[in-house]
Design a protein around this ligand. Structure first.
Ligand code: SF4
Ligand code: SF4
Length: 447
Protein backbone atom coordinates (compact mmCIF):
# COMPACT_ATOMS: atom_id res chain seq x y z
CA UNK A 1 0.00 0.00 0.00
CA UNK A 2 1.29 3.46 -0.93
CA UNK A 3 1.86 5.75 2.05
CA UNK A 4 1.75 9.48 1.37
CA UNK A 5 2.48 12.14 3.95
CA UNK A 6 0.88 15.52 3.24
CA UNK A 7 2.68 18.58 4.46
CA UNK A 8 0.96 21.76 5.66
CA UNK A 9 -2.46 21.98 7.24
CA UNK A 10 -3.21 22.05 10.93
CA UNK A 11 -5.07 19.74 13.30
CA UNK A 12 -6.75 21.80 16.02
CA UNK A 13 -7.38 20.00 19.30
CA UNK A 14 -11.17 20.10 19.59
CA UNK A 15 -13.16 18.38 22.33
CA UNK A 16 -16.01 15.99 21.60
CA UNK A 17 -14.56 13.37 19.23
CA UNK A 18 -17.04 10.52 18.75
CA UNK A 19 -16.14 7.15 20.21
CA UNK A 20 -16.35 3.98 18.18
CA UNK A 21 -19.39 2.82 20.14
CA UNK A 22 -22.45 2.18 17.94
CA UNK A 23 -25.99 2.49 19.27
CA UNK A 24 -29.29 1.96 17.57
CA UNK A 25 -31.75 4.84 17.28
CA UNK A 26 -35.47 4.18 17.44
CA UNK A 27 -37.23 4.44 14.06
CA UNK A 28 -38.35 8.06 13.58
CA UNK A 29 -42.01 8.95 12.96
CA UNK A 30 -41.04 11.20 10.09
CA UNK A 31 -38.00 11.86 7.88
CA UNK A 32 -37.04 14.77 5.64
CA UNK A 33 -34.98 15.87 2.66
CA UNK A 34 -33.16 19.21 2.61
CA UNK A 35 -32.71 20.00 -1.14
CA UNK A 36 -31.35 23.52 -0.55
CA UNK A 37 -28.16 22.00 0.90
CA UNK A 38 -27.34 19.96 -2.21
CA UNK A 39 -24.90 22.15 -4.14
CA UNK A 40 -25.74 23.39 -7.66
CA UNK A 41 -28.92 21.37 -8.28
CA UNK A 42 -32.10 22.98 -9.56
CA UNK A 43 -34.79 20.81 -8.03
CA UNK A 44 -38.12 20.23 -9.77
CA UNK A 45 -40.71 18.72 -7.43
CA UNK A 46 -42.29 15.42 -8.46
CA UNK A 47 -44.64 15.11 -5.46
CA UNK A 48 -47.15 17.29 -3.69
CA UNK A 49 -48.37 17.59 -0.12
CA UNK A 50 -50.66 14.66 0.69
CA UNK A 51 -49.09 12.26 -1.84
CA UNK A 52 -48.42 8.69 -0.72
CA UNK A 53 -44.80 7.66 -1.30
CA UNK A 54 -42.79 4.48 -0.85
CA UNK A 55 -39.08 4.20 -0.06
CA UNK A 56 -37.54 4.89 -3.47
CA UNK A 57 -40.35 7.05 -4.94
CA UNK A 58 -38.79 10.03 -6.79
CA UNK A 59 -39.33 13.25 -4.78
CA UNK A 60 -37.57 15.69 -7.11
CA UNK A 61 -35.28 15.77 -10.12
CA UNK A 62 -32.47 18.07 -11.16
CA UNK A 63 -33.81 20.38 -13.89
CA UNK A 64 -30.33 20.54 -15.42
CA UNK A 65 -30.49 16.81 -16.09
CA UNK A 66 -33.87 15.22 -15.28
CA UNK A 67 -32.32 11.75 -15.43
CA UNK A 68 -30.83 12.54 -12.01
CA UNK A 69 -33.52 12.01 -9.41
CA UNK A 70 -33.61 12.09 -5.62
CA UNK A 71 -35.69 9.38 -4.03
CA UNK A 72 -37.79 9.24 -0.92
CA UNK A 73 -35.94 8.01 2.19
CA UNK A 74 -39.20 6.87 3.73
CA UNK A 75 -42.56 5.27 2.98
CA UNK A 76 -45.66 7.17 4.05
CA UNK A 77 -47.21 10.49 3.14
CA UNK A 78 -45.71 13.87 2.20
CA UNK A 79 -46.98 16.10 5.00
CA UNK A 80 -45.16 19.34 4.31
CA UNK A 81 -43.00 21.09 1.72
CA UNK A 82 -41.20 24.14 3.07
CA UNK A 83 -40.27 26.86 0.58
CA UNK A 84 -37.85 29.72 1.11
CA UNK A 85 -37.36 32.99 -0.78
CA UNK A 86 -37.87 32.67 -4.56
CA UNK A 87 -39.58 29.29 -3.99
CA UNK A 88 -36.33 27.58 -3.10
CA UNK A 89 -37.22 24.14 -1.71
CA UNK A 90 -36.03 23.99 1.87
CA UNK A 91 -37.50 20.76 3.20
CA UNK A 92 -39.71 17.89 2.10
CA UNK A 93 -41.16 16.11 5.13
CA UNK A 94 -42.62 12.60 5.05
CA UNK A 95 -44.65 11.02 7.88
CA UNK A 96 -43.75 7.33 7.95
CA UNK A 97 -46.31 4.50 7.84
CA UNK A 98 -46.01 1.66 10.33
CA UNK A 99 -45.68 -0.74 7.42
CA UNK A 100 -43.52 1.25 5.01
CA UNK A 101 -43.57 0.18 1.39
CA UNK A 102 -40.35 0.05 -0.59
CA UNK A 103 -40.18 0.25 -4.41
CA UNK A 104 -38.30 -2.60 -6.14
CA UNK A 105 -35.78 -1.79 -8.89
CA UNK A 106 -34.72 -4.03 -11.71
CA UNK A 107 -31.04 -4.74 -10.98
CA UNK A 108 -28.96 -7.44 -12.67
CA UNK A 109 -27.58 -10.48 -10.88
CA UNK A 110 -24.12 -9.73 -9.50
CA UNK A 111 -22.41 -12.25 -11.76
CA UNK A 112 -23.89 -10.44 -14.80
CA UNK A 113 -22.31 -7.08 -13.93
CA UNK A 114 -19.19 -7.90 -15.95
CA UNK A 115 -21.21 -8.53 -19.09
CA UNK A 116 -23.08 -5.19 -19.06
CA UNK A 117 -21.82 -2.14 -20.97
CA UNK A 118 -20.95 0.98 -18.99
CA UNK A 119 -24.07 2.80 -20.26
CA UNK A 120 -26.35 0.12 -18.79
CA UNK A 121 -24.63 0.39 -15.40
CA UNK A 122 -25.05 4.17 -15.44
CA UNK A 123 -28.78 3.74 -16.18
CA UNK A 124 -29.12 1.28 -13.28
CA UNK A 125 -27.61 3.84 -10.90
CA UNK A 126 -29.71 6.69 -12.30
CA UNK A 127 -32.97 4.75 -11.99
CA UNK A 128 -32.26 3.72 -8.42
CA UNK A 129 -31.39 7.26 -7.29
CA UNK A 130 -27.78 6.27 -6.56
CA UNK A 131 -26.09 8.53 -9.10
CA UNK A 132 -25.99 11.72 -6.96
CA UNK A 133 -23.56 10.02 -4.55
CA UNK A 134 -20.87 10.48 -7.22
CA UNK A 135 -19.42 13.99 -7.26
CA UNK A 136 -17.02 15.70 -9.63
CA UNK A 137 -14.00 17.76 -8.66
CA UNK A 138 -13.03 20.58 -8.49
CA UNK A 139 -16.52 22.09 -8.02
CA UNK A 140 -18.05 19.12 -6.15
CA UNK A 141 -21.13 19.14 -8.36
CA UNK A 142 -23.00 15.94 -9.22
CA UNK A 143 -21.03 13.81 -11.67
CA UNK A 144 -22.07 14.00 -15.33
CA UNK A 145 -23.47 10.60 -16.41
CA UNK A 146 -22.32 11.20 -19.99
CA UNK A 147 -18.60 11.50 -19.21
CA UNK A 148 -15.95 9.01 -18.14
CA UNK A 149 -13.72 10.26 -15.34
CA UNK A 150 -9.98 9.51 -15.38
CA UNK A 151 -10.08 8.53 -11.71
CA UNK A 152 -12.71 7.81 -9.06
CA UNK A 153 -11.47 8.40 -5.52
CA UNK A 154 -13.14 6.45 -2.73
CA UNK A 155 -12.68 8.32 0.52
CA UNK A 156 -12.27 6.03 3.51
CA UNK A 157 -11.86 8.23 6.54
CA UNK A 158 -12.33 11.93 6.96
CA UNK A 159 -10.07 13.80 9.36
CA UNK A 160 -12.37 16.80 9.63
CA UNK A 161 -13.78 17.08 13.15
CA UNK A 162 -15.95 15.03 13.43
CA UNK A 163 -17.14 12.51 10.86
CA UNK A 164 -18.04 8.82 10.97
CA UNK A 165 -15.19 6.39 11.47
CA UNK A 166 -14.83 3.83 8.64
CA UNK A 167 -13.93 1.16 11.20
CA UNK A 168 -17.48 1.56 12.55
CA UNK A 169 -19.43 1.80 9.30
CA UNK A 170 -17.49 -0.96 7.50
CA UNK A 171 -18.00 -3.51 10.26
CA UNK A 172 -20.13 -6.40 8.95
CA UNK A 173 -20.73 -4.53 5.66
CA UNK A 174 -17.56 -5.47 3.74
CA UNK A 175 -19.48 -7.54 1.17
CA UNK A 176 -21.64 -4.61 0.19
CA UNK A 177 -18.59 -2.38 0.08
CA UNK A 178 -16.82 -4.85 -2.25
CA UNK A 179 -19.87 -4.95 -4.56
CA UNK A 180 -19.97 -1.16 -4.69
CA UNK A 181 -16.26 -1.02 -5.52
CA UNK A 182 -16.72 -3.61 -8.23
CA UNK A 183 -19.35 -1.44 -9.91
CA UNK A 184 -17.33 1.78 -9.58
CA UNK A 185 -14.32 0.12 -11.21
CA UNK A 186 -16.44 -0.32 -14.36
CA UNK A 187 -17.33 3.38 -14.57
CA UNK A 188 -13.84 4.89 -14.77
CA UNK A 189 -10.33 4.43 -16.09
CA UNK A 190 -8.89 3.97 -12.60
CA UNK A 191 -10.33 3.44 -9.12
CA UNK A 192 -8.30 4.35 -6.03
CA UNK A 193 -9.11 4.12 -2.34
CA UNK A 194 -7.76 6.86 -0.12
CA UNK A 195 -7.48 5.87 3.54
CA UNK A 196 -6.95 8.50 6.22
CA UNK A 197 -6.47 7.61 9.87
CA UNK A 198 -6.53 4.00 11.04
CA UNK A 199 -4.85 2.01 8.27
CA UNK A 200 -5.97 -1.31 9.78
CA UNK A 201 -9.18 -0.94 7.73
CA UNK A 202 -7.26 -1.98 4.64
CA UNK A 203 -7.84 -5.56 5.81
CA UNK A 204 -11.53 -4.94 4.98
CA UNK A 205 -10.69 -4.18 1.34
CA UNK A 206 -11.08 -6.82 -1.36
CA UNK A 207 -7.77 -5.70 -2.88
CA UNK A 208 -5.51 -3.77 -0.45
CA UNK A 209 -3.14 -2.82 -3.30
CA UNK A 210 -5.79 -0.34 -4.55
CA UNK A 211 -5.37 1.69 -1.35
CA UNK A 212 -3.21 4.68 -0.58
CA UNK A 213 -2.73 5.71 3.02
CA UNK A 214 -2.62 9.47 3.66
CA UNK A 215 -1.07 10.84 6.81
CA UNK A 216 -0.56 14.41 7.97
CA UNK A 217 -2.57 17.15 9.54
CA UNK A 218 -6.08 18.23 8.60
CA UNK A 219 -7.19 18.24 5.74
CA UNK A 220 -5.13 15.19 4.72
CA UNK A 221 -8.45 13.33 4.28
CA UNK A 222 -9.89 15.84 1.77
CA UNK A 223 -10.11 14.38 -1.78
CA UNK A 224 -9.26 17.74 -3.42
CA UNK A 225 -6.09 18.04 -1.37
CA UNK A 226 -5.17 14.42 -2.01
CA UNK A 227 -5.66 14.92 -5.74
CA UNK A 228 -3.69 18.17 -5.71
CA UNK A 229 -0.73 16.33 -4.17
CA UNK A 230 -0.87 13.16 -6.25
CA UNK A 231 -2.19 14.06 -9.71
CA UNK A 232 0.06 13.22 -12.63
CA UNK A 233 -1.60 15.42 -15.27
CA UNK A 234 -4.17 18.22 -15.65
CA UNK A 235 -6.80 15.80 -17.03
CA UNK A 236 -7.08 14.34 -13.50
CA UNK A 237 -8.59 17.62 -12.29
CA UNK A 238 -11.87 16.17 -13.59
CA UNK A 239 -11.75 13.20 -11.20
CA UNK A 240 -14.80 12.07 -9.27
CA UNK A 241 -15.04 11.07 -5.66
CA UNK A 242 -17.41 9.21 -3.39
CA UNK A 243 -17.52 8.63 0.34
CA UNK A 244 -16.84 5.12 1.68
CA UNK A 245 -20.25 4.82 3.33
CA UNK A 246 -21.95 5.68 0.02
CA UNK A 247 -20.03 2.85 -1.69
CA UNK A 248 -21.70 0.51 0.80
CA UNK A 249 -25.06 1.97 -0.26
CA UNK A 250 -24.27 1.26 -3.94
CA UNK A 251 -23.45 -2.33 -3.01
CA UNK A 252 -26.62 -2.72 -0.98
CA UNK A 253 -28.74 -1.35 -3.81
CA UNK A 254 -27.22 -3.83 -6.27
CA UNK A 255 -27.66 -6.75 -3.88
CA UNK A 256 -31.24 -6.00 -2.82
CA UNK A 257 -32.75 -3.94 -5.66
CA UNK A 258 -34.07 -1.48 -3.04
CA UNK A 259 -33.15 2.11 -2.28
CA UNK A 260 -30.97 1.81 0.88
CA UNK A 261 -31.99 4.05 3.77
CA UNK A 262 -29.80 2.87 6.61
CA UNK A 263 -27.03 5.28 7.66
CA UNK A 264 -24.38 5.35 10.37
CA UNK A 265 -24.11 8.87 11.70
CA UNK A 266 -21.51 10.27 14.08
CA UNK A 267 -22.40 12.68 16.90
CA UNK A 268 -19.65 14.97 18.15
CA UNK A 269 -18.77 18.38 19.57
CA UNK A 270 -18.55 19.53 23.17
CA UNK A 271 -22.35 19.83 23.57
CA UNK A 272 -23.25 16.47 22.03
CA UNK A 273 -25.33 14.48 24.54
CA UNK A 274 -23.25 11.40 23.62
CA UNK A 275 -20.18 11.54 21.39
CA UNK A 276 -20.52 8.26 19.52
CA UNK A 277 -22.00 6.63 16.40
CA UNK A 278 -25.67 6.00 15.77
CA UNK A 279 -27.29 3.49 13.46
CA UNK A 280 -30.26 5.31 12.00
CA UNK A 281 -31.75 6.17 8.63
CA UNK A 282 -31.47 8.78 5.92
CA UNK A 283 -33.22 12.08 6.65
CA UNK A 284 -33.49 11.50 10.40
CA UNK A 285 -34.79 14.52 12.39
CA UNK A 286 -31.90 16.21 14.22
CA UNK A 287 -33.87 16.60 17.44
CA UNK A 288 -34.42 12.86 17.62
CA UNK A 289 -30.77 12.21 16.88
CA UNK A 290 -29.85 14.32 19.92
CA UNK A 291 -32.50 12.75 22.14
CA UNK A 292 -34.24 16.15 22.53
CA UNK A 293 -32.68 19.54 23.20
CA UNK A 294 -29.41 19.50 25.20
CA UNK A 295 -30.65 20.51 28.68
CA UNK A 296 -28.88 22.71 31.21
CA UNK A 297 -26.22 23.71 28.72
CA UNK A 298 -25.54 26.88 26.71
CA UNK A 299 -27.44 27.26 23.43
CA UNK A 300 -26.06 24.79 20.92
CA UNK A 301 -25.16 25.41 17.28
CA UNK A 302 -26.26 22.40 15.23
CA UNK A 303 -23.75 21.72 12.47
CA UNK A 304 -24.70 19.06 9.95
CA UNK A 305 -21.43 17.67 8.59
CA UNK A 306 -17.94 18.54 9.78
CA UNK A 307 -17.16 21.54 11.97
CA UNK A 308 -15.33 23.35 9.16
CA UNK A 309 -17.39 22.46 6.11
CA UNK A 310 -20.81 21.49 7.44
CA UNK A 311 -23.86 23.74 7.40
CA UNK A 312 -25.60 25.36 10.35
CA UNK A 313 -29.00 23.90 11.02
CA UNK A 314 -31.71 23.71 13.70
CA UNK A 315 -33.16 20.86 15.75
CA UNK A 316 -36.31 21.08 13.60
CA UNK A 317 -34.38 20.14 10.48
CA UNK A 318 -33.00 16.87 9.11
CA UNK A 319 -29.74 15.15 8.23
CA UNK A 320 -28.43 16.24 4.79
CA UNK A 321 -28.18 14.06 1.70
CA UNK A 322 -24.35 13.91 1.78
CA UNK A 323 -23.72 14.44 5.49
CA UNK A 324 -23.45 11.65 8.00
CA UNK A 325 -22.37 13.71 11.01
CA UNK A 326 -23.99 16.04 13.51
CA UNK A 327 -21.81 18.29 15.66
CA UNK A 328 -23.10 20.42 18.54
CA UNK A 329 -21.01 23.28 19.85
CA UNK A 330 -21.58 26.36 21.99
CA UNK A 331 -23.41 28.96 19.89
CA UNK A 332 -22.28 31.84 22.08
CA UNK A 333 -20.12 34.75 21.05
CA UNK A 334 -19.57 36.32 24.47
CA UNK A 335 -17.45 39.30 25.29
CA UNK A 336 -14.41 38.54 27.40
CA UNK A 337 -13.59 41.51 29.64
CA UNK A 338 -9.93 42.51 29.30
CA UNK A 339 -9.43 39.60 26.89
CA UNK A 340 -6.38 41.30 25.36
CA UNK A 341 -4.35 41.01 28.56
CA UNK A 342 -5.44 37.52 29.56
CA UNK A 343 -2.90 34.72 29.16
CA UNK A 344 -5.45 32.64 27.22
CA UNK A 345 -4.84 29.22 28.76
CA UNK A 346 -8.29 28.07 27.68
CA UNK A 347 -8.32 29.86 24.32
CA UNK A 348 -7.65 27.60 21.31
CA UNK A 349 -5.54 29.30 18.66
CA UNK A 350 -3.26 28.53 15.76
CA UNK A 351 -0.89 31.24 16.99
CA UNK A 352 1.45 30.38 19.84
CA UNK A 353 0.83 33.76 21.48
CA UNK A 354 -1.42 32.23 24.18
CA UNK A 355 -0.59 29.89 27.05
CA UNK A 356 -3.02 27.45 25.41
CA UNK A 357 -0.19 26.31 23.15
CA UNK A 358 1.22 24.45 26.20
CA UNK A 359 -2.04 22.66 26.86
CA UNK A 360 -2.35 19.13 25.46
CA UNK A 361 -6.03 18.51 26.27
CA UNK A 362 -8.62 19.28 23.55
CA UNK A 363 -10.57 22.56 23.78
CA UNK A 364 -14.35 22.95 23.57
CA UNK A 365 -15.07 24.82 20.35
CA UNK A 366 -17.54 27.71 20.21
CA UNK A 367 -18.82 30.11 17.56
CA UNK A 368 -17.10 33.17 19.03
CA UNK A 369 -15.52 35.64 16.63
CA UNK A 370 -13.65 37.41 19.50
CA UNK A 371 -14.68 40.86 18.40
CA UNK A 372 -16.44 42.72 15.64
CA UNK A 373 -15.76 42.50 11.90
CA UNK A 374 -12.15 43.48 11.18
CA UNK A 375 -9.84 43.90 8.23
CA UNK A 376 -7.03 41.67 7.01
CA UNK A 377 -3.82 42.44 8.88
CA UNK A 378 -1.57 40.66 6.35
CA UNK A 379 -0.30 38.25 8.96
CA UNK A 380 0.19 35.46 6.41
CA UNK A 381 -1.35 32.77 8.64
CA UNK A 382 -3.78 31.66 5.94
CA UNK A 383 -0.96 31.24 3.39
CA UNK A 384 1.12 29.25 5.86
CA UNK A 385 -1.73 26.90 6.71
CA UNK A 386 -3.33 26.39 3.28
CA UNK A 387 -2.81 22.78 2.13
CA UNK A 388 -2.92 23.61 -1.59
CA UNK A 389 -0.41 26.46 -1.58
CA UNK A 390 -2.69 29.22 -2.74
CA UNK A 391 -2.30 32.62 -1.15
CA UNK A 392 -5.75 33.06 0.38
CA UNK A 393 -5.28 36.69 1.43
CA UNK A 394 -4.32 37.80 -2.11
CA UNK A 395 -6.94 35.59 -3.74
CA UNK A 396 -9.57 37.12 -1.45
CA UNK A 397 -8.44 40.64 -2.30
CA UNK A 398 -8.53 39.86 -6.05
CA UNK A 399 -12.11 38.68 -5.67
CA UNK A 400 -13.03 41.76 -3.63
CA UNK A 401 -11.69 43.88 -6.53
CA UNK A 402 -13.60 41.73 -9.06
CA UNK A 403 -10.32 40.48 -10.58
CA UNK A 404 -11.54 36.93 -11.19
CA UNK A 405 -8.83 36.08 -13.74
CA UNK A 406 -6.16 36.98 -11.24
CA UNK A 407 -7.87 34.93 -8.52
CA UNK A 408 -7.88 31.98 -10.91
CA UNK A 409 -4.17 32.53 -11.56
CA UNK A 410 -3.61 32.39 -7.81
CA UNK A 411 -5.20 28.91 -7.81
CA UNK A 412 -8.80 29.64 -6.81
CA UNK A 413 -9.97 26.38 -8.40
CA UNK A 414 -7.48 24.39 -6.32
CA UNK A 415 -9.16 25.59 -3.13
CA UNK A 416 -10.34 22.45 -1.35
CA UNK A 417 -12.93 24.45 0.65
CA UNK A 418 -11.52 22.88 3.81
CA UNK A 419 -12.22 25.96 5.98
CA UNK A 420 -8.86 25.91 7.72
CA UNK A 421 -7.95 29.47 6.71
CA UNK A 422 -11.23 30.77 8.15
CA UNK A 423 -10.55 28.96 11.42
CA UNK A 424 -6.98 30.24 11.75
CA UNK A 425 -7.50 33.83 10.52
CA UNK A 426 -7.07 36.19 13.51
CA UNK A 427 -9.47 38.64 11.84
CA UNK A 428 -12.01 35.82 11.40
CA UNK A 429 -12.55 36.65 7.72
CA UNK A 430 -14.88 34.11 6.08
CA UNK A 431 -12.32 33.14 3.46
CA UNK A 432 -13.78 29.73 2.71
CA UNK A 433 -17.21 31.19 2.08
CA UNK A 434 -15.70 33.82 -0.25
CA UNK A 435 -13.87 31.13 -2.26
CA UNK A 436 -16.79 28.72 -2.31
CA UNK A 437 -19.12 31.42 -3.63
CA UNK A 438 -16.59 32.58 -6.22
CA UNK A 439 -15.94 29.02 -7.45
CA UNK A 440 -19.67 28.36 -7.73
CA UNK A 441 -20.25 31.60 -9.65
CA UNK A 442 -17.39 30.84 -12.04
CA UNK A 443 -18.71 27.29 -12.56
CA UNK A 444 -22.19 28.57 -13.39
CA UNK A 445 -20.71 31.00 -15.90
CA UNK A 446 -18.66 28.38 -17.74
CA UNK A 447 -21.39 25.71 -17.57
S1 SF4 B 1 -7.84 28.62 0.70
FE1 SF4 B 1 -9.20 26.85 0.44
S2 SF4 B 1 -7.83 25.06 0.59
FE2 SF4 B 1 -6.69 26.82 1.41
S3 SF4 B 1 -7.07 26.72 3.61
FE3 SF4 B 1 -8.61 28.08 2.75
S4 SF4 B 1 -10.40 26.79 2.34
FE4 SF4 B 1 -8.62 25.42 2.66
S1 SF4 C 1 -5.05 35.01 8.10
FE1 SF4 C 1 -6.62 36.57 7.87
S2 SF4 C 1 -5.65 38.45 8.58
FE2 SF4 C 1 -3.99 36.99 8.22
S3 SF4 C 1 -3.34 37.37 6.07
FE3 SF4 C 1 -4.90 35.76 6.00
S4 SF4 C 1 -6.83 36.88 5.65
FE4 SF4 C 1 -5.32 38.38 6.36
Amino acid sequence: MNAIHLKGGFSPRIAGAPERRLRLLETPRHVGMVPEQIPFIKPRLLVDVGDAVAIGTPLFEDKRNPRIRFLSPGGGRVTRIVFGPRRIIRQIIIALDDDERSDAFDVPKLDRLDTLPRGALVEILLTGGMWPFLRALPFMDLADPDTVPPVIIVRLGDDEPFGPDPVVYLKDRQNRFATGLDLLGKLCDRLVIHITGDKSIRSALPDPTMARHFTGRYPAGNPSVQLFRTKTGPEQNRSWYIDGQDVILLGEYLRTGRYPVQRIVSMGGSLAPAADHVRTRAGVPLRQLCGGDPAGKPAARYIVGGLFTGFGSSPDSFMGFYQNALNLIDDGDREEPFGFIRPGYGKPSYATAFLSSFRRRPFPMDCGQHGEERACINCGTCAKICPVDILPQFTMKCLAADEVEEALAHGLLDCAECGLCTYACPSKIQLREVFRTAKAQYYKEIA
